[in-house]
Design a protein. Structure first.
Length: 493
């Protein structure tokens, strides 16, 4: 069974930092064909014992930039961060502690703005979280930031992960925190949370490592919704055997997934129709968005989670609509004779991007939700400004979390690449370079805005990849079967 995306495109498509208590919510209990999957578990964060270390007397620290630094500024040089294996008092603690540091290193490496010293260069250095670092050793090895930690497993099998982050040049502690998880099995999630705190302390913004990616997986002709940690580990099917499954999208609180699939026509169980469904992950309940005319397979949540934006064929037109989930009238956002579809709202909810052929060929447009004109890059004013200029087919525009970029897929001939553009269209560029007969589709941004996940269709094989926007590095994800239409969920609470 070919996924709809495969047929559509060939035809046309983070001194001492205190942490507030952080209680995440358990999501997911699925029965029968629905697998049980823990997407988030209770966790708390607090300051670990110890004051901020000071520079050794007689050894003044050199003057350096103060963290966080702007990783997007011209001339930025990747920060060298050392994260030696965390310590543990028992063999079991030491084993998990080393794994935690390994995951933290991998997370930080994945965004393309950090480097790590060679293991041999730091292998003899003391790395004790309870002692002041030997500053000269670490600075001599070119280390800009140093992360030290330990793991403690409680008698009840809970785990506490303690860590300190240091600015080596300033000889100063940036963070001193511990995360506590109810079970040692959740050590990977604690690692992701540590990585988030490190990234925020060093370069600002917000973290995105403690997050999940949902993706359509097809195996043996059966469709399932697969979810996993952002590094590709801990995958499980949320539900399976949904015919025509398309376009899964997390709600902003990660409690619900909206998707499109084939469902029986009410009163006519032998007949199927395309239906947009809201799936409550905790309750395992599925509800159609509407019992009336269904949206196209492109519904997305508004940033506040209170409404959905989608396209729908209404008479001779296909236009964009905004529907409140609490009830009430839909708001029609476009009314044009052209085909307007695949809408995505900006992070502030005031603007939306969409694909339209209103100019005679497909392009990505931006418009205001309230319908008022906006200034276009060419100096004109219009209710919808075209932000792409090249001929071809366009697919899946989606805003970055900061609202400063829009990612989309652009196809010319037998090749489709992921591009990013400023919302006014003044700057745009390709960020993937697929080979011939290769289609990079369905981009989705990480919560930190530094990575993009997408599906790559090559022949009959579709695979999931993540891209570090800063470095261009690609990483393939191991998903069972063919992988389509990923959606990168928000950072978990």
């Amino acid at each position: 069974m070919a996924h709809p995306a495969a047929s559509r495109y060939p035809v046309r498509n983070q001194t001492l930092l205190a942490r507030k208590p952080d209680m995440s919510k358990a999501l997911a209990c699925f029965c029968a064909a629905v697998l049980c999957a823990t997407l988030a578990a209770p966790a708390s964060a607090q300051i670990i014992i110890g004051g901020e270390p000071v520079a050794t007397p007689g050894q003044p620290a050199p003057v350096q930039l103060t963290f966080p630094v702007d990783a997007d500024a011209a001339g930025y040089v990747d920060i060298s961060i050392a994260a030696p294996a965390f310590s543990g008092a028992s063999p079991a603690e030491a084993e998990i502690a080393a794994k935690i540091a390994e995951v933290v290193r991998a997370d930080l490496a994945s965004v393309g703005i950090f480097t790590a010293p060679e293991d041999a260069a730091i292998s003899t250095f003391a790395a004790d979280i309870g002692a002041l670092p030997a500053w000269a050793d670490w600075s001599g090895a070119g280390v800009g930031a140093l992360l030290l930690g330990k793991a403690v497993i409680g008698a009840d099998n809970s785990i506490s992960v303690q860590f300190r982050l240091y600015d080596v040049a300033a000889r100063k502690q940036l963070i001193g925190t511990q995360y506590m998880m109810p079970t040692a099995d959740l050590w990977r999630r604690s690692a992701h949370k540590v990585a988030d705190d490190v990234m925020v302390a060093l370069v600002g913004g917000k973290g995105g490592f403690d997050s999940r990616i949902a993706v359509v997986s097809e195996t043996g002709g059966k469709m399932q919704l697969w979810a996993m940690d952002q590094d590709g580990v801990g995958g499980a099917a949320l539900f399976a055997n949904v015919a025509g499954l398309q376009a899964p999208r997390y709600s902003p609180d990660t409690r619900v997934v909206v998707y499109s699939g084939d469902a029986p026509v009410p009163g006519k169980p032998s007949q199927a129709q395309r239906t947009t469904i809201l799936y409550d992950l905790a309750a395992g309940r599925r509800d159609p968005l509407t019992t009336g005319t269904q949206p196209n397979a492109d519904a997305r949540y508004a940033p506040d989670g209170r409404s959905l934006v989608f396209s729908r064929k209404d008479g001779a037109n296909t236009d964009i609509f905004l529907k409140p989930l609490s009830g009430g009238a839909e708001q029609r956002l476009t009314d044009d004779k052209a085909v307007d579809n695949e809408p995505a709202l900006s992070p502030d909810g005031t603007t939306f991007a969409f694909v339209s052929d209103r100019g005679g060929s497909e392009a990505v447009y931006v418009a205001r939700v309230d319908g008022t004109p906006l200034a276009c890059a060419d100096g004109s004013e219009a209710k919808a400004c075209r932000i792409t200029k090249d001929a071809g087919q366009y697919d899946g525009p989606v805003w970055s979390p900061g609202g400063d970029w829009i990612a989309y897929s652009h196809r010319t001939g037998k090749v489709a690449a992921i591009h990013i553009a400023r919302p006014d269209g003044a700057i745009s560029r390709a960020v993937t370079t697929p080979g011939s007969d290769m289609l990079d589709l369905h981009p989705t941004w990480s919560p930190d805005g530094r990575r993009i996940a997408f599906s790559r269709l090559s022949g009959s094989k579709s695979t999931l990849h993540t891209l570090a926007v800063a470095s261009g590095e690609l990483r393939a994800m191991d998903i069972p079967g063919a992988a389509y239409e990923p959606d990168w969920g928000p950072k978990l609470p």
